[in-house]
Design a protein around this ligand. Structure first.
Ligand code: MN
Length: 391
């Protein structure tokens, strides 16, 4: 709670709200064991996350128990529980000892008419009742406007104002079905913040591949909170990824979140295993290929100065740079690779080896392992020795 409170009082701070344990686990086919949930909560806290949305207490059983356990750790992060807009849900959360609650209700007419089958008035009434109850119990309250991005902005503003009047501390703007794009996001969030004058959290989904971009657009428009998940886990195409949002804020906006980014690979690999969703090699920030260079021109540049083709260093997120030897490699990369094995190649040798390497990689249809490079080198030396006899 300490880290959260400090950041909350710093008006310039951007706060990360991680919902891997709630929205992340809502991913179809993903279940964490309680042991994994506890481990992930601790890892997120060590990383420097401000608020951890730990789950949904009203589900009862294991879920409620593990949320209570996480809340009992006395972590630096705030521990939040998710609720529908009713007092019974909030009571279940309070029983877990969390310091914060998210109270969620739909604000779009599509949801109000077709899912809730009720009216805007009913939504406002139930939201304010639940918020007032939670505030009276002394917890921090986020009011979640579900499907906010498809809501009538005037109604959303009314909703925000009434939430604030009922005592809510922030509004979570949910792009529930992931239909935002950065320009619209910027416009909506700017107008919303100006009209309601309260803290806003971006909660974005990746249906069109823009979850991170939309989260950043929201920050630019004044949102102080960003909801994220490790590896972008979450419903359908997932949420904005913690590692992407944090590194983008750091490298592109110059915002220091105070997050220990060097632990990203560790955390992302752990969550990948726990969720049964392996990291794609091309996953931004932590994928195996993010610091792998094969093309001759790129590898040559990186060998001379990494900043030519890398925006941040691999160590910053727990990875290592790799020069991959494959079809597109150049002789400089081959020389560097062999120097790693303690072999100094001349330029001529490197060129001759490169021709052999290219033909093998085309045959194999892949890059080569270190051992295979050594076999090619041994064959090359052998042929070179025999060559004069042939003549
Ligand atoms: Mn969501």
């Amino acid at each position: 709670m300490k880290r959260f409170k400090e950041a909350l009082n710093d008006k310039n701070a951007i706060l990360l709200v991680d919902t891997t344990l709630r929205d992340g686990e809502q991913t179809a086919g993903v279940v964490f064991s309680n042991r994994e949930k506890l481990r992930i909560a601790k890892m997120l806290d060590n990383l420097g996350i401000h608020q951890i949305e730990a789950g949904i207490p009203v589900m009862g059983g294991d879920e409620k128990q593990v949320i209570s356990e996480i809340a009992s750790y006395g972590l630096q992060a705030s521990i939040m529980a998710w609720n529908r807009a009713n007092i019974e849900d909030v009571k279940q959360s309070l029983e877990c000892g969390v310091d914060s609650v998210a109270i969620s209700i739909s604000t779009s007419d599509i949801h109000i008419n077709h899912k809730l089958r009720t009216t805007r008035e009913w939504v406002l009434e139930n939201m304010t009742k639940a918020v007032a109850y939670a505030k009276q119990e002394g917890v921090y309250v986020s009011v979640n406007a579900e499907d906010a991005s498809r809501s009538d902005l005037d109604f959303l503003i009314k909703f925000g104002r009434e939430a604030k009047a009922a005592g809510a501390d922030r509004l979570r703007f949910c792009d529930t079905v992931g239909v935002l794009e950065p320009f619209k996001t910027y416009e909506m969030i700017s107008r919303l913040i100006e009209a309601i004058g309260m803290d806003v959290e971006m909660h974005t989904h990746n249906d069109f591949g823009m979850a991170t971009a939309n989260a950043l657009a929201g920050v630019k428009a004044g949102a102080r909170f960003v909801g994220v998940t490790v590896n972008g886990l979450g419903e359908r195409a997932g949420n904005a990824a913690l590692e992407e949002v944090a590194m983008a804020l750091k490298c592109l906006y110059g915002v220091d979140l105070g997050v220990n980014t060097r632990d990203f690979l560790n955390l992302c690999e752990y969550v990948a295993r726990a969720s049964g969703r392996p990291l794609a090699v091309s996953k931004p920030i932590v994928g195996a290929n993010t610091f792998a260079h094969e093309s001759g021109i790129h590898a040559d540049g990186v060998i001379k100065d990494p900043s030519t083709y890398e925006v941040f260093s691999p160590e910053e997120v727990g990875l290592q740079r790799q020069i991959i030897i494959g079809k597109h490699s150049g002789s400089k990369a081959v020389m560097l690779k062999f120097r790693e094995y303690g072999i100094d190649l001349s330029k001529e040798e490197a060129d001759e080896l490169l021709a052999l390497i290219r033909s093998v990689t085309v045959d194999m249809k892949r890059t080569l392992f270190d051992k295979e490079l050594m076999y090619i080198y041994e064959d090359y030396l052998y042929e070179k020795k025999r060559a004069p006899e042939k003549k």
